[in-house]
Write a protein that binds this ligand. Structure first.
Ligand SMILES: [Mn+2]
Length: 344
């Protein structure tokens, strides 16, 4: 029996399900959580939706967003479903709590660095979003999509592909989007609300971040200290580190981009983006600079590392320069010809 088949049987049989998604959630995390939540409820199951950091304001237009809890109190479960998390650390405290209940743990994810931490793992790095996997499972179960489920799942696909612009978007992803639109989801509305909105004060943060930019050896990066954050956006309510790395990655000639953000306890959040053809996930391999500290996709990854800020940035930028050197097809390679080293 395939894992997908076993996963569907588990979903069908469960009565009390806790759904968990990752800390600092994005549109795919919340969209998949809510979409799957609505569908399981429609099947008559008791569903608890949990995320350490709740729902960010950009996603509060999604139906059911007010029901996501940040803590689990006295909940029972016969199944725990974790979505869009590459490892158990990303599940946060609610995830640890849910896992400790002893119910089977189902891991539904599309990160290349997923550690297959579940008893059942529905993991496909080729899927553009976790929402895509949820969609396929619901379809397999014969679930008739309704507008709420469709809106939540399409939000997951739209946000993880930045509006169908990432290198991994296939005809299959577009076909799925059409099906979700057929079921009542509005692509225009989701795009405007989830991708094209900012708070006014985010512009000041963006201004500072851009003022701190540096570029060397085809690596572009910027950093914001805790003090800078505090002056500009004490609640950090509008600005998200991955927005900055995405903007930096648009610079012609830069192959990889990183944004370093100092957090409380002087730890540093690193958000990285790369141009197509590169693979950031090698940084998370055993013995590598970010091993065990994060994960992600070839072109978009993140980590949380030890500070202080400048040292952390130096360490990662150095590794990124080496990565570009190794992976860039345009880099002249020294290849031996007739026993002699020549430049190609
Ligand atoms: Mn995702």
């Amino acid at each position: 029996m395939s894992e997908a088949r076993a996963a569907i049987d588990l979903l069908r049989g469960a009565q009390r399900v806790i759904l968990v998604t990752h800390k600092d959630p994005d549109g795919d995390a919340i969209g998949t959580l809510l979409g799957l939540g609505w569908a399981l409820r429609a099947m008559g199951k008791q569903v608890t939706l949990a995320c350490d950091d709740g729902v960010p304001w950009l996603l509060d237009f999604l139906p059911g967003s007010a029901e996501v809890v940040r803590k689990l109190n006295d909940v029972q479960a016969d199944l725990v479903v974790v979505v869009d998390c590459s490892d158990t650390r990303r599940m946060g405290q609610v995830g640890a709590q849910a896992a400790a209940l002893g119910a089977p743990l189902m891991n539904i994810d599309h990160h290349a660095t997923n550690t297959h931490f579940g008893q059942i793992n529905v993991v496909d790095p080729e899927a553009v979003s976790a929402a895509e996997l949820a969609f396929e499972m619901l379809e397999e179960m014969g679930y008739a999509l309704d507008t709420n489920v469709a809106t939540c799942l399409l939000t997951g696909i739209v946000t993880d592909t930045r509006g169908f612009r990432t290198a991994n978007v296939t005809q299959n992803a577009l076909r799925m989007a059409v099906r979700l639109m057929d079921a009542g989801a509005s692509l225009a509305d989701i795009t405007q609300k989830a991708l094209d909105r900012r708070k006014y004060r985010t512009l000041a943060v963006l201004g500072r971040a851009l003022g701190n930019v540096r570029q060397e050896d085809r690596v572009i990066w910027s950093a914001m200290s805790r003090q800078e954050w505090g002056e500009l956006d004490p609640e950090r309510s509008g600005a998200r580190p991955h927005d900055f790395s995405t903007i930096l990655n648009t610079v012609e000639g830069a192959k990889v981009a990183a944004f370093f953000s100092e957090m409380a306890d002087s730890r540093v959040d690193v958000s990285m983006r790369a141009k197509p053809g590169f693979d950031l996930t090698v940084l998370f391999g055993e013995g590598k600079v970010l091993a065990g500290q994060g994960g992600g996709h070839a072109l978009a990854s993140g980590a949380e590392i030890a500070g202080p800020l400048e040292e952390a940035a130096d360490r990662v930028v150095w590794a990124l320069k080496a990565l570009v050197e190794q992976q860039d097809p345009e880099t002249p390679k020294q290849i031996p010809v007739n026993g002699q080293e020549i430049s190609r």
